[in-house]
Design a binder for this molecule. Sequence first.
Ligand SMILES: Nc1nc2c(ncn2[C@@H]2O[C@H](COP(=O)(O)OP(=O)(O)OP(=O)(O)O)[C@@H](O)[C@H]2O)c(=O)[nH]1
Ligand SMILES: [Zn+2]
Length: 356
Amino acid sequence: MPIKDPPQRLARIGWRAQALPEDVDPAAIARVVAQHRTGYQLHDGEDTFNAQPAARFLKRDVDPTARPAVGDFVVVAAGSPPTIERVLPRRTELKRGAAGESHQRQLIAANVDAVFVLSGLDHDFNPARIERYLLLIQGSGATPVLVLTKADRAEAVDTIADDLRRRVPGVEVHAINAKSAASVEPLLAHLGPGHTAVLVGSSGAGKSTLTNTLLGESRQATGAVREHDSRGRHTTTHRALILLPSGGCLIDTPGMRELKLTGEEQIDRGQFADIDELAQSCRFGDCAHASEPGCAVQAALADGRLDPDRWRNYLKLRDELAATADTLEAQLRRRSEAKVLTKALGKRLGEKYGRR
Ligand SMILES: Nc1nc2c(ncn2[C@@H]2O[C@H](COP(=O)(O)OP(=O)(O)OP(=O)(O)O)[C@@H](O)[C@H]2O)c(=O)[nH]1
Ligand SMILES: [Zn+2]
């Protein structure tokens, strides 16, 4: 890897003034831009090249989230093929529960500054699903940005966007036509030099279309959507990090049908904090918020301060989170190397749900 000017080269791949461990040679740093079945594709700010992970990353007992992932800055040892020796400390980690019954956590992307949550203003539009995304993003360290696509084809766009803004206060919401460069411009605020954004959203939401518009050329294949259900055809096959003309980096993910929580989310923080606070001002400490006298939740539902749909989704996510956190705790307990984490998590569960 020829190095001319490391700081500038690294800025091109989204490196910011991050603390670098002393024993790391800046010349050996590259970023993971794609992960294939057979290895990784890296970018060093000048070129892309393939690399293999060091053997220790492949051991069975390694936590999957500790392995190199798209967006990671890694230390590479020369060779043929080059080897990823080390993953540098991440500034953010976007995770979800892995699909299936394994209860593993899966890293969607590392070192992202913003998460663009794309929802089409068609059959795909679903505020409860958006709230689930927000819960997943909350602990990542990245900023969520809600992007409502297909605004050019929908009606009452302003009303829908304003309703959503009221439902998720403090979160940026943009209604756009992903095909129009002028329309996507507000998103560029998150895509300047040294910044990285990741696109999430169901298949057909417009991730590839938006990527193409931001790139100003057609690089990602876009698939036709079957009109009757607005589902896409899953044209994206792997995550890929793309360097944009605006100087920022964009990560495109495949459609994520299943959005399992990891068990590490905290429902009493962030967008649902107001509900949690409300529930604590009920007359009885163990109020079930059903028909108890002096229930602050029922009062808020009755006078319109609390959206019933949002309340239902809060209960659903809270129960799911409690169940996932239990499984995660049990799983971590089985793993002797995770002793410390289990203790911290158990303590938090104990405090929150009165267990143990
Ligand atoms: N009119 C209009 N069409 C859009 C917009 N965004 C996406 N589309 C269309 O919707 C279809 C699906 O868009 P894609 O960009 O392929 O969706 P995707 O999220 O990348 O889908 P996967 O790759 O399957 O995850 C394509 O036919 C796009 O042209 C938009 O804002 N306006
Ligand atoms: Zn109550």
